[in-house]
Structures are given as C-alpha cells and as structure tokens.
Design a binder for this molecule. Structure first.
Ligand SMILES: NC(=O)c1ccc[n+]([C@@H]2O[C@H](COP(=O)([O-])OP(=O)(O)OC[C@H]3O[C@@H](n4cnc5c(N)ncnc54)[C@H](O)[C@@H]3O)[C@@H](O)[C@H]2O)c1
Length: 361
C-alpha cells in the first residue's frame, strides 16, 4: 500500500526556515510544503515565492484555521516555541520545533504532555544525532567493542561579535532563554548525552566575559554520567578560531569529531588503544557511512516515523535530558554548587526559567 504524502507547514520564515524548505524539497514526494506563517509580511512573501509555497498566513492562528498540516515545523525565535507548539499539537498537527525547544524545562514538559498516545507528536531539531558518524559511534558503544567510556571533552568554541546581539531576541533570558549554553553548545551537549546516556551531576561556572548581553557569553562545566564517565564541557561565543570538538576516551580507543556547524565522515578520527587496533578499526570501518549531519538527515528520519505512525525523533524525553543539563549548568554556576537532575524539579527556580532567580552579574 502506498503511504500518503504528508502536508507540512513552516512557522517563522527566517534563516533556518530556508534550510528546512531546501531539505524537504530534496527528500522527494514523501511530503509537500503547503503553507507558511510569519508576522513579517515581506519575509513571508519572499520565502513563499522562493520555495513555491501556496498558502501564506500572517499568523499561526490563521494557518491552523485554514487547515492544520500533518507536520508543523516551528522556526520562530525561541520565546515563541512553547505557545506555538502547543497550538499546533492542540489543532492535531505533529510538531518539529527548532532548538532550543522551549525557554524552560517546565514549558517543555507542558509541550510533551500535549502529545497524544498515537499522535500528534512533538520532536526537537538536534540534527547532529543523524549523521552516519554519530550513528556508527552509538552502535559501536552499544556493541561493547570500545569498552567502557571513561572521559569526554565537549567544546563549542564559537565566535559572535557584538553586532550579532543586536537582533532583538538575542542575548536575553526572556526571548532566547540563555547564551551559548542554551543557544549554541546545546547541539554538542545533546550529542554528548545521545552517546553517553543519562547525566547524574554537573558543576559549572558561567561568565559574562566580553559581550554586552543579559546572558552569559561563556560557560564551563564538569558532568558525570550514570555510566561513570565524566566530561568537560565548554560553551563559548568568544573564540576567534571556531570549532565544535568532541572527544571520547574509551578503554579500547579514542574517538574524536572536529567540525563547526555540521560534519561528514572525514571529520571523525579513531585511535585504537594498544592491543585493540584491528578489532576497533574493523568495527569502525564496518558501520554506516555517507550521511552528513544536518537538517536533511533528521527530516528524513522524522518523515519516516510519521509515515509509519510512530513517534518521530528527537522525542521529548530525550530533549528534556538535554534541557535539564542546560538548566543544571546555570543552576550550578549561579548557586556555586554541584547540581543533580532531581534538584531541578518544580521547586527549583531553574525549572521555570534558565536564569532561576537571576544571574549573579
Ligand atoms: N538547528 C540549527 O542549527 C539552527 C540554526 C540556526 C537557528 N536555529 C534556531 O531556529 C530558530 C529561528 O532562528 P533564525 O535564525 O531562523 O531566526 P530569524 O530571526 O532569521 O527568523 C525568525 C522568523 O520568525 C518570524 N517570527 C517571529 N515571531 C513570530 C511569530 N510570533 N509568528 C510567526 N513568525 C514569527 C520572524 O519574523 C522571522 O522571520 C531559533 O530557535 C534558532 O535557535 C537553529
């Protein structure tokens, strides 16, 4: 039986919306982009005309009234994500929301609760889980060929000048939800959790070192995982030589990934421990390859799940683990003590907002 074509709408027609529209077009006729909404009429007109989208709406409410799509992709600034995702889910549309999925753990829990058992579902964009390198490493970790995970390094060393913060929603707790921890390093921290599993404790510091913003412009953290592995995490927007760097030291080998905003197979490097050269090299060579990380890879996986009527990735449970780690970094940095996931429940000021009861600067 042929599966029906999915109808898709994009909410927020700015920079990242183009990436979604191009990725969807490259995935063939599994899905059709039927509508877009943006509050800026010029942006909306240009976007719809460039991407051949028939229905344009000046508001999400208008778009949903005209007929909810099978999938709504929420590409507005972070402060709009929770209310818009809830509106789409309540209208019966599954949602793929850009990172960060919400401004707080509380909001994301509310969004998760609006899913139905058989849909509509909520998924978050964390596109670096979907390149073949990450899939290969995850499968090697699962098979045990690398032995125990001992140590990881997770660095987001990016550069944003002062002008970057001129966009009205950037660098503010109430619209962006945080600085590089929430908005940039979240990609790498999500990949770290995808590969190493649940975290159990974080100790952190955050600074406003050089930019005029409300939020931090760098944070440093030590994270412990349930497996016993430990990681050193850096999130910076002050690093002129930019790099996203992840390094995993296992008992039987080191696996490294160096890239900036997206990786391919050539960005990974594996160094076996003495005595394990053949076993580790053979396992790494045998795995998946050829798929770069990016929106196309994740959208392909989301469409496959929706067409099979199963929850699309990245599920709210997975996104919540990452959002709790972000909240944990702020909670630890601002209170000056280690934080566990259980410390971040409804009694914590960091449950409702990432800056808790206020940044120390
Ligand atoms: N996954 C990634 O690698 C990645 C990369 C860049 C941005 N993002 C995320 O994508 C989101 C959007 O970022 P961007 O760079 O595209 O921003 P942008 O400012 O270029 O685009 C946002 C658009 O949303 C519109 N908008 C604002 N409020 C609206 C509302 N209430 N209803 C409808 N439209 C509204 C604006 O007019 C604008 O056109 C952010 O959450 C950002 O963090 C993700």
């Amino acid at each position: 039986m042929t599966q029906p074509q999915l109808s898709v709408a994009i909410i927020g027609a700015g920079a990242i919306a183009r990436v979604h529209a191009e990725a969807l077009a490259s995935l063939g006729d599994q899905a059709r982009l039927v509508a877009a909404a943006d509050t800026d009429a010029d942006t909306l007109r240009e976007f719809c005309s460039a991407c051949g989208i028939p229905r344009h709406h000046g508001s999400l409410a208008g778009l949903l009234d005209a007929g909810p799509p099978d999938l709504a992709i929420v590409c507005t600034p972070p402060g709009a994500h929770a209310a818009q995702s809830l509106a789409c889910l309540r209208a019966g549309s599954s949602v793929l929301v850009e990172k960060p999925p919400a401004l707080s753990v509380a909001d994301l829990e509310q969004m998760a609760a609006a899913q139905g058992a058989r849909g509509p579902w909520l998924a978050t964009v964390f596109q670096h889980r979907f390149g073949s390198g990450a899939l290969r490493l995850r499968s090697l970790i699962g098979s045990g060929v690398l032995g125990r995970s001992l140590l990881a390094i997770c660095h987001t060393a990016w550069f944003r000048d002062q002008a970057y913060f001129d966009a009205p929603w950037r660098g503010r707790w109430d619209t962006e939800g945080g600085g590089p921890t929430m908005g940039h390093g979240i990609h790498q921290m999500d990949l770290l959790g995808y590969l190493l599993g649940d975290w159990t404790e974080v100790s952190a510091l955050a600074r406003r070192q050089a930019r005029r913003t409300e939020t931090e412009d760098l944070s440093l953290a030590h994270v412990t995982f349930a497996s016993g592995a430990v990681a050193s995490v850096v999130n910076s927007l002050l690093s002129p030589r930019e790099e996203s760097y992840l390094r995993f030291d296992f008992e039987r080998g080191t696996v490294e990934l160096r890239h900036l905003y997206g990786y391919g197979d050539g960005d990974w490097r594996v160094t076996p421990a003495p005595g394990y050269a053949e076993e580790v090299a053979a396992a790494w060579a045998a795995g998946d390859r050829g798929v770069p990380s990016g929106h196309r890879a994740q959208l392909g996986a989301v469409l496959r799940s929706l067409r099979a009527r199963t929850p699309p990735p990245v599920t709210p449970a997975e996104a919540l683990r990452t959002m709790r780690l972000v909240a944990g970094v702020y909670a630890s940095a601002f209170a000056g003590r280690p934080v566990r996931p259980a410390d971040l429940g409804p009694d914590s000021p960091f449950y409702d907002r990432m800056n808790g009861s206020g940044a120390p600067w």
